[in-house]
Design a protein around this ligand. Structure first.
Ligand code: G6P
Length: 614
């Protein structure tokens, strides 16, 4: 998410360097941008702009109209507060004492904001960043300490993730940096020193970088960089020489954005969860405006979406119905809008969309609103059309996704729907406090389980190399496993161009089984214990017709190997959460097949990331 660049030098003008750096981070996606530049000990000048970086460039004549050799810049992807000039970074304390840019999410920002308001701080934006900057200002003044101590005191109070680059009025020519769970690097060159959220921003100036560790801080002057730990003690660090070219640097060293985004899934899941889990471990949906009364009154749920978001809906249907006993119907947005839908006035329509701009999903939302039914958007892009028009919004925090084939946004959507289902069940008295707490604890174990699955990717790569010439592949499963199959099959066909189909396992024999012949790959997803044997029986039917079988199941089901020739085990979890785990090997399979076939993984032919026409 977001991009940070900072630069301080003896004599080189900072603003053009910052703009060039931000341009290199454009690929990450953003909705606004800003700069703060300081000329000697004069007050910093702040310029912000909504929309493309080009607007900021025009406002500052490519940076030339901003004199000064020390500055910070930022491209923002909105998480708190709509995309607007007011919410764009840098953010400032009222007297310009502290000015800064931030990446990440401050989870306890409302609590900190209230504290600061009690001390007469006022807020002009809706961002968590403004809170962080004013918190630093508060500690700086209260304890009359230096920048490093003020930052350290703030870091102890802030919960969440951050990469912060800050300038203090009393310290011209210096930039201060703090980091936790959000990447930050520091670069050194003969021209000056740099800070950035990502290597490409500074690659044209230097290849000598320091990687900041969690809870580290840094002080940059034009000549040198000093690192500190949370106690304020100096930390010695080694520089790393970046060997990558600019293109692979954008991908964080991964060969493709899709692989980078697969690796970002644990974070996407964690961030989405953290955004609604209170410090006491409860689900708090107050930000969505869904009160307990509303939740109690819902008589039916219609989930509407397109593509992978529709697959999330298919998975969520099983989870919702099982936990809440509310009837759920899942519809393709393109069908729903023309079907003259019959909806109950006390129903709820949930529109799931990463972009919040998909034409059919938007039209479906408008159709539901026209019928007077309450709507909830599960959306990744803040301020997008669906987010603005829906009655309620639950934001997934996957950050910008670049590869056309979705991975981390899909995973974040699944988690959002799990949390909604759990909350509905709890409010409606179907899940008691202890059962909810146990499910939340299990949910919190998912990021590390996903990580574990990604770590074992080489095995999937090996398997993909065996089947790179496959012509047809079938995915079969029952219940939630069927929903997982839908996504696994789409991942495969959209990027590897191998024809594949997902079938409810029991349905295969009603026609499709005639397509099975010697060597055709059939992948059985078998994470649901109560359906396990049924799917195994369907696999046996396939094997007796010559199919080659692969299976995905949970650890413990080792007898699967008596039936299938290649087995992938996923860690055990609550049965409702298996989609989050089982989808990972399927994403990897699609990815490695596409790579093995030499295809353009990130931009498959004929596809668009956001489909804004019907
Ligand atoms: C496109 C993308 C899919 C996505 C679908 C819905 O087809 O390639 O990955 O699932 O649109 O997009 P949305 O932004 O509404 O989630």
């Amino acid at each position: 998410m977001c991009g940070i660049v900072g630069f301080t030098s003896e004599s080189m003008q900072a603003a053009p360097v910052l703009l060039q750096g931000l341009a290199k981070l454009e690929y990450r996606g953003y909705d606004s941008a800003g700069l703060a530049v300081r000329d000697g000990s004069q007050d910093p000048v702040v310029v912000r702009a909504k929309g493309r970086l080009q607007v900021l460039e025009e406002k500052t004549n490519g940076g030339l109209s901003l004199p000064g050799s020390c500055g910070i810049g930022h491209t923002r992807w909105a998480t708190h507060g709509e995309p607007s000039e007011r919410n764009a970074h840098p953010h400032i304390s009222e007297d310009l004492n502290v000015i800064g840019v931030h990446n990440g999410i401050i989870e306890n920002f409302s609590e900190l904001k209230e504290k600061l308001q009690r001390h007469d701080y006022h807020f002009y934006s809706e961002t968590d960043t403004e809170v962080a900057i004013k918190l630093v200002d508060y500690y700086y003044k209260k304890y009359k300490v230096g920048p490093i101590d003020a930052l350290a005191k703030s870091m102890v109070r802030i919960r969440g993730s951050y990469a912060l680059a800050v300038m203090f009025r009393d310290f011209p020519g210096e930039i201060y940096v703090a980091r936790k769970d959000s990447p930050m690097i520091v670069g050194v060159s003969s021209a000056g020193t740099f800070v950035a959220s990502d290597v490409p921003a500074i690659l044209q100036y230097t290849r000598s970088v320091y990687y900041m560790e969690n809870l580290e801080m840094a002080r940059l002057t034009p000549e040198q960089v000093t690192f500190y730990d949370l106690n304020g003690d100096v930390v010695e660090k080694e520089t790393t020489q970046i060997e990558w070219d600019a293109e692979s640097a954008e991908k964080g060293g991964y060969e493709h954005f899709m692989m980078k985004e697969i690796h970002e899934q644990p974070k996407a899941i964690q961030d989405t969860m953290n955004s609604v889990l209170s410090a006491e471990g409860r689900i708090d949906l107050s930000a969505t405006g869904l009160t307990d009364e509303i939740v109690r009154d819902v008589s039916e749920i219609t989930i509407v979406a397109c593509g992978s978001a529709w697959h999330v809906g298919m998975a969520a249907q099983y989870v919702f119905e099982d936990l809440t006993r509310i009837p759920v119907r899942v519809e393709l947005a393109s069908e729903f809008r023309y079907r003259k839908p019959i909806l109950k006035p006390d129903g709820l329509v949930i529109v799931i969309s990463q972009s919040g701009e998909t034409a059919d999903s938007l039209a479906a939302l408008r159709e539901a609103k026209k019928l007077g039914v309450r709507t909830l958007g599960v959306i990744n892009v803040l301020g997008s059309s669906i987010a603005r028009e829906a009655d309620h919004v639950f934001y997934t925090l996957a950050g910008p996704e670049i590869a056309v084939a979705t991975t981390k946004a899909y995973s974040a959507q699944l988690i959002a729907m799990d949390l909604l289902a759990m909350h509905f069940a709890h409010v409606r008295g179907l899940l008691d406090d202890d059962a909810l707490a146990a499910m939340i604890a299990e949910l919190q174990s998912l990021p590390s389980k996903v990580e574990q699955l990604i770590e074992n990717k080489e095995r999937i790569q090996w398997f993909a190399s065996k089947f790179s010439n496959a012509r047809d592949v079938f995915f079969i499963g029952r219940g939630l496993d069927y929903a997982i199959c839908l996504e696994g099959s789409l991942k495969m066909k959209e990027i590897s161009y191998i024809h594949s189909e997902a079938y409810a396992a029991g349905e295969l024999k009603h026609g499709t089984i005639s397509l099975i012949e010697d060597g055709v790959l059939v992948i059985g997803v078998m994470t649901q214990n109560e359906l396990y044997e049924k799917t195994v029986s369907n696999l046996v039917e396939v094997r007796s017709r010559g199919g080659y079988l692969a299976g995905i199941t949970s650890y413990g089901h080792y007898e699967a190997e008596d039936t299938v020739q290649f087995t992938v085990y996923v860690p055990k979890t609550d049965p409702h959460f298996y989609a989050t785990l089982a989808v990972v090997p399927l994403q990897l399979l699609g990815y490695y097949l596409a790579v093995a076939r030499g295809l353009d993984v990130d931009k498959p032919r004929n596809l668009a990331k956001s489909v804004t026409v019907e």
